[in-house]
Ligand binder design. Structure first.
Ligand code: UT7
Length: 394
């Protein structure tokens, strides 16, 4: 590809756990009510993982497969997998590496990105810059969370807010001027204590004390975060449209982080934009942190609110404190024409083969280690001879 390169969103997908937790369900376990939650936040229900088989990585994988199918990109074509998450599968290895393996994305680098609820836009911005700089052709960007796993179900200040879910996009190099045209990223670490998971890291490793203090649950100063959010969303939106060379009236849709209806209403007022220019779906999912914007994008597309040529702003804020916005000129015609069934079948076969590849790699490593023993300590031929000898005598 010669000349200017752009980073277009060519595929998208979302996944939420099946189990729905309504406000009425929560009112049975903490001192709250449907009326309070709905009027103060706009949330009616949220999805949460219900079994040990569901986790951040399984949600991320489901959404990654969906996005690849839409983009018609094979996992082996991916150059990079980025998972934005505050609730990774483990501290390490990265959730992104687990997804890379499960997808069979054999040519991709992979890493997790931690920027709170702004994480997805941070990752999108990074993907776009790597592509535009010529360092990648296809990047998979995922926002995935299981916040229910770090929620204190006795703390009404936080437990009514969060939900689990994942959303992903495939970002691909294109010669036409479209896709992610500008982004702004920001951070104010002086507000780090306002939204925090206090224990489990280097500062306070897991101990009996951190467990009995509830240090492994999310803690938030809601009022302070609210104040921060209402100033930063309009500021970041204005900054990114200026960077893209647009004006506010160009915007077809703003897709904000889905934390609270009142934050979005305040942003609309400050920007002097009608509220219907903002996409809102937090009533059904709650705040899914870094997954909220890609989930909202998927639903906006499914509802016909995004068309080729539309100018969109995606804008988020969250723990850090961080904020981020991306100006996206939509370039893909929607709805996407479904692929012919042999291509779809081939894509599904590839997903199946990726599982076999992963098992093969794990199994191969075990056999190799068993045969050779610890590197440099044993003579592998001797071991093999011994084993063959024992087997022969039987
Ligand atoms: O993804 C980014 C992270 N998070 C956010 O964006 C959250 C930003 N903040 C918010 O959305 C809002 O601050 C909350 C929804 C968290 C809280 O709404 P608020 O209007 O700021 O309420 P508040 O914290 O000022 O509390 C008002 C009252 C308090 O009672 P008193 O002290 O006035 O008697 C709380 O104890 O509401 C009480 N309260 C509740 N009552 C019933 C707090 N949580 C609940 C609850 N049910 N779940």
């Amino acid at each position: 590809m010669n000349g200017e390169r752009y980073a277009q969103i060519t595929g998208w997908g979302m996944a939420v756990p099946e189990k729905v937790l309504t406000n009425a369900d929560l009112a049975r376990v903490v001192d709250t009510s449907d009326e309070w939650i709905l009027s103060r936040t706009g949330i009616r229900e949220r999805h949460i993982v219900a079994s040990e088989k569901e986790s951040t990585a399984t949600l991320a994988l489901r959404t990654a497969r969906a996005a690849l199918l839409v983009a018609d990109v094979a996992p082996t074509q991916l150059d990079l997998v980025i998972v934005a998450t505050a609730t990774p599968e483990y501290a390490f290895p990265s959730t992104a590496s687990l997804v890379q393996d499960a997808l069979g994305a054999a040519n991709a680098g992979a890493f997790d990105l931690s920027a709170g609820c702004s994480g997805f836009i941070y990752a999108l911005s990074l993907a776009s810059n790597v592509i535009r700089g010529g360092g990648a052709e296809h990047v998979l960007v995922i926002g995935a969370e299981t916040l229910s796993r770090i929620t204190d179900w006795t703390d009404r200040n936080t437990c009514v807010l969060f939900g689990d879910g994942a959303g992903a996009v495939v970002v691909s190099a294109r010669p036409e001027r479209c896709g992610v045209l500008a982004s702004v990223l920001g951070s104010d670490g002086s507000g780090g204590d306002l939204l925090i998971l206090p224990a489990g890291g280097s500062h306070a490793p897991a101990s009996h004390e951190t467990i009995s203090n509830g240090g492994h649950f999310v803690k938030m100063n809601g009022r302070e975060v609210f104040r921060f959010a209402t100033t930063v969303i309009p500021k970041a939106t204005e900054a990114v449209i200026q960077k893209a060379g647009w004006v506010l009236t160009d915007l077809a849709l703003v897709i904000p982080h889905q934390a609270n209806n009142r934050i979005i209403e305040s942003a609309a007022r400050r920007l002097n934009l009608p509220l219907d220019r903002f996409f809102i779906n937090l009533d059904r999912y709650g705040n899914t942190s870094s997954a909220s914007i890609p989930i909202a994008l998927c639903e906006a597309i499914a509802e016909g609110r995004v068309k080729a040529g539309d100018r969109l702003v995606l804008v988020g804020f969250g723990a850090g404190l961080t904020w981020a916005a991306a100006a996206v000129e939509w370039g893909v015609p929607v709805p996407v024409k479904p692929q012919p069934w042999p291509r779809r079948w081939l894509a599904l076969l590839r997903f199946g083969l990726a599982a076999v590849r992963s098992l093969w790699l794990r199994g191969g490593r075990r056999v190799y280690n068993w045969l050779l023993g610890p590197v440099g300590k044993d003579d592998w031929r001797g071991k093999l001879r011994q084993w063959m000898g024992r087997w022969w005598k039987k």
